[in-house]
Structure formats: structure tokens, C-alpha cells
Design a protein around this ligand. Structure first.
Ligand SMILES: *Cc1c(COP(=O)(O)O)cnc(C)c1O
Length: 385
């Protein structure tokens, strides 16, 4: 009976999409204003919010981070024969967006501490064909951007930051997504701030703004038309439809209004996990995330690393038996069927596979209670007892 009670009390999901309570009201405002297509009032509010917050020259909401990255690949004129350097330990979209344009994904090993691309191994992967470097800020912890930007400058390469997980995180005081030429955010329901499906393209300077507006609007100069700068709009370039409905933006805006509160709540959960599990890490039972000096993270995720895959499976099973859903990712791209077809690993896979097999993500979402967090810490400790 006692166990059954506990079962009902603790059905802890891995993720619950953020919801502040104002979303429906804002969506209703779109409907009442009879403006539900893209680039309405809420889309503009979100764009401006990010421009002010991140100091990006321009932010454009998109239908996903995948699409923001595709848009970036079009802007950089990535084509057949080009190579793009990125980690193998990432979500498929990092590679897909460039492969879609005919490029080859060149995978570089990660650092075992942050799980980010190892900046010291990038230069050896640069060839005549290399066009861009795509650092992925895993878990909202910045890659070593100073080094990456130097390499890019030296070899005349673009940098596109996959900052899908990096909203509200910084590197040496600069918002992730605004350091490279282009930056991509995700507002998928698993991210810190969400609109169901959605993303944004951030631009550091003027260079790509006009073309980005055109590509995002089916290759037309409709954005300039809507601003009254021209009296008719026409097909200018190749493009696609990368602008989200204003109803989705309305959902997102409700969270941006309390972005700091959401960030603090997530950080508190992260800190509780860290403090609670530190003794286990000190005893050599598991490993905890590392946040290098100069990086301010956004508590996008909390992960632990077991000794090996077998121990990880047992940990996930133990948590599941206690009604806690924890998950692992990613299957390294270079080992996946499409990764073999469209990519290659440059150098040696010292850490990518090994570290990915040890990692487990614990539940972390806006609304996870202190009591639940403490319970999860207890159950991890129980596993290692
Ligand atoms: C979530 C995520 C994406 C994809 O974001 P979507 O908005 O779902 O397209 C890309 N890269 C990374 C690292 C992600 O975590």
C-alpha cells in the first residue's frame, strides 16, 4: 500500500512544456485581431525582445531551429562539395541543414568535460573545402568560442552557432548565438522557452539581414513591402517559408515576459541536483556537468555520467522503477546510417562514443517541484548505495 501511494505521488515526467498562464489570452488576442499568419504583433515583440536581450543586430523567429539552420546554410551559400565542421554528439538537425544543401558533415571529437566540440581538434579537420564551423552549445554551456572564432578568422570560415539549447546563456558576457556570424535558437517544447515548434535566427551584424528576410519569406522582398519601403514585392532569390504563425509567437511571448523567473527556477533545480549529487561525484561514483569559467549556463539540462553503458541502463531502469523518467541521447551522428553516408569523422573518436554511452538526463522543467527534485536525488543516491 505504502509503495502504491508513492507510485501515485511520483509520476515524474522527463519534460513538461513551459506554460505561464498567459498564453491563451495572447493567442486569443491574435484571433480577435484577425491576424494569425506570420510576422504579426507577437512575432515582432519576440524579435525585439531577443534583440534587446542578446544585443544581436537582428533576430527573426522561424518555424524551428532546424529551419533557422537551413536558412543559415542558404545564406552562406553552402553547396555540393563543401564541408562543414561540427561535433558528432549532437541532434541530427545540426548536420541535416547543411547536408540538405549538398555539403559533407565533418565530425570532430568532443571534450569529455563539457561534451562540446573539442576546439583543439578543429584545425586539423579544416580542408580546402571547409566552409563553416558549427559549434553546438551542449546543455546551454558555451563552447570555447574565442578559440573557435580565431580558427575561423585564420582560415576564412563562417561560424554558425547551434544555440538551440543556449537561450539565456552567455560566454564571457555575450549571449550564445551572437558570437558567430549566425546563431540558431530552438523553441521546441523540450527547450527552456517554447512555442511548440519554433526557433530563431540571430544575426550579429548587418551583413545577412536583408537576404535573411528574403529567404525566410519564400525568396521575396515582402518584409520590405510590409514596412512600406517598396510598393510591390517580387521573387528575388531562392527561399522557403520559415516564418511561424503569430499564434505560436504569442505562446512564446508569454514566457519571455517572465524569462528571468523561468531561468532562475531552472537554475535552482540544477543547483539542487548538483549539491545533492556532489557527494557521489566526490566519492567517484558518477560524474556531474562541468561549467567552465566565463560560461553562464541556463540550466537547460542536468545530466549525470555513469561508469559505462551497462551502469547507465541500470540507473535508468532503477529510476523508472521509481516512476522517474530519465533519458539518454545522442547516438553519435557518425555512427548512424545517414551520418555514414553524408559525413565523416575527422581524427579519432576518443570521447564521442564513450562519453555519449555514459550520459543520462534527469527531469528538468519549469514547474518541477523541490520535493520532486529531492526525491530524484534520493533515488539516484539509492542506486549507488
Ligand atoms: C533541439 C535541438 C535542435 C532542433 O531544434 P528544433 O527547433 O526542434 O528544430 C537542433 N540542435 C540542437 C542541439 C537541439 O538541441
Amino acid at each position: 500500500m505504502e509503495k502504491n501511494k508513492e507510485y501515485q505521488q511520483y509520476q515524474i515526467k522527463f519534460n513538461v512544456p513551459p506554460h505561464t498562464g498567459k498564453e491563451l489570452d495572447y493567442i486569443k488576442q491574435c484571433i480577435e485581431a484577425q491576424k494569425i499568419c506570420g510576422d504579426g504583433v507577437f512575432t515582432k515583440k519576440c524579435n525585439v525582445w531577443f534583440e534587446e536581450r542578446t544585443q544581436a543586430k537582428k533576430c527573426l523567429l522561424t518555424t524551428s531551429c532546424t529551419h533557422a539552420t537551413e536558412l543559415a546554410a542558404i545564406l552562406l551559400d553552402i553547396k555540393e562539395g563543401d564541408e562543414v565542421i561540427m561535433p558528432s554528439f549532437t541532434f541530427v538537425s545540426t548536420a541535416d541543414a547543411f547536408v540538405l544543401r549538398g555539403a559533407k558533415a565533418v565530425f570532430v571529437d568532443i571534450r569529455p568535460d563539457t561534451m562540446n566540440i573539442d576546439e583543439t581538434k578543429i584545425e586539423a579537420a579544416v580542408t580546402e573545402k571547409t566552409k563553416a564551423i558549427v559549434p553546438v552549445h551542449y546543455a546551454g554551456v558555451a563552447c570555447e568560442m574565442d578559440t573557435i572564432m580565431e580558427i575561423a578568422k585564420k582560415h576564412d570560415l563562417y561560424v554558425v552557432e547551434d544555440a538551440a539549447q543556449g537561450v539565456m546563456a552567455t560566454y564571457k558576457g555575450r549571449a550564445l548565438g551572437t558570437i558567430g556570424d549566425l546563431g540558431c535558437y530552438s523553441f521546441h517544447e523540450t527547450k527552456n522557452y517554447s512555442m511548440g515548434e519554433g526557433g530563431a535566427l540571430l544575426m550579429r551584424d548587418d551583413r545577412f539581414i536583408e537576404m535573411a528576410e528574403i529567404v525566410r519569406e519564400k525568396g521575396t522582398d515582402r518584409s520590405r513591402f510590409l514596412r512600406g519601403q517598396i510598393d510591390k514585392y517580387t521573387w528575388q532569390e531562392v527561399g522557403s517559408s520559415y516564418l511561424p504563425s503569430d499564434m505560436n509567437a504569442a505562446y512564446l511571448y508569454a514566457q519571455l515576459e517572465i524569462a528571468d523567473e523561468i531561468n532562475q527556477a531552472r537554475r535552482k533545480i540544477w543547483d539542487t541536483y548538483y549539491a545533492g549529487l556532489k557527494p557521489l561525484a566526490d566519492a567517484g561514483k558518477l560524474e556531474l556537468p562541468v561549467v567552465p569559467e566565463g560560461c553562464v549556463h541556463n540550466a537547460h539540462m542536468f545530466y549525470v555520467k555513469a561508469h559505462d553503458q551497462e551502469e547507465r541502463t541500470a540507473l535508468i531502469d532503477h529510476l523508472k522503477a521509481n516512476n522517474i523518467l530519465s533519458v539518454f541521447h545522442y547516438i553519435p551522428l557518425h555512427s548512424a546510417p545517414a551520418g555514414k553516408k553524408y559525413g565523416r569523422f575527422a581524427g579519432e573518436d576518443v570521447y564521442t562514443t564513450k562519453e555519449s554511452e555514459r550520459l543520462t538526463r534527469l527531469p528538468l522543467f519549469y514547474g518541477l517541484t523541490e520535493e520532486q527534485t529531492a526525491y530524484i536525488v534520493d533515488k539516484v543516491k539509492e542506486f549507488y548505495r
